[in-house]
Design a protein around this ligand. Structure first.
Ligand SMILES: [Zn+2]
Length: 123
């Protein structure tokens, strides 16, 4: 989520405000809806090169409308992060398979280039 409540005075806190004064907001931000403790997540680039913008994560109550981001789930527990890591690995394997298919097509071309070799057999 991109907006949390600063419990000290009830004001709203955005990633921009948090970056400007992290020591002020750290540990004092909660989900606006369910008021569960929230934390700031820096922007980063995933293994796939997908850029994630800075935002806030939280252990939302069930049914909280703010609990929609996959990124928040990734930040909840290390175990879940590992599971996501496995998913990324699976994607990489799929990509490798595609690459292999491409190589198979090239090998077909190689078979054609082998044709002159049969001519040498004739000689
Ligand atoms: Zn919430």
């Amino acid at each position: 989520m991109l907006e949390v409540e600063f419990t000290h005075d009830g004001s709203r806190c955005t990633p921009e405000l948090f970056i400007a004064a992290p020591e002020k907001y750290e540990g004092l931000i909660v989900c606006i809806e369910c008021r569960k403790r929230a934390w700031f997540t820096k922007g980063f680039t995933t293994v796939k090169g997908v850029e994630r913008t800075a935002c806030f994560g939280s252990h939302h109550e069930d049914g909280c409308n703010r609990a929609s981001s996959i990124l928040e789930a990734e930040d909840m527990e290390g175990i879940e992060t590992d599971e996501n890591g496995d998913n990324k690995s699976a994607d990489i394997f799929i990509n490798l398979d595609k690459t292999k298919h491409g190589q198979i097509e090239k090998s077909v071309d190689n078979d054609k280039t082998d044709a002159p070799c049969t001519n040498s057999d004739l000689i």
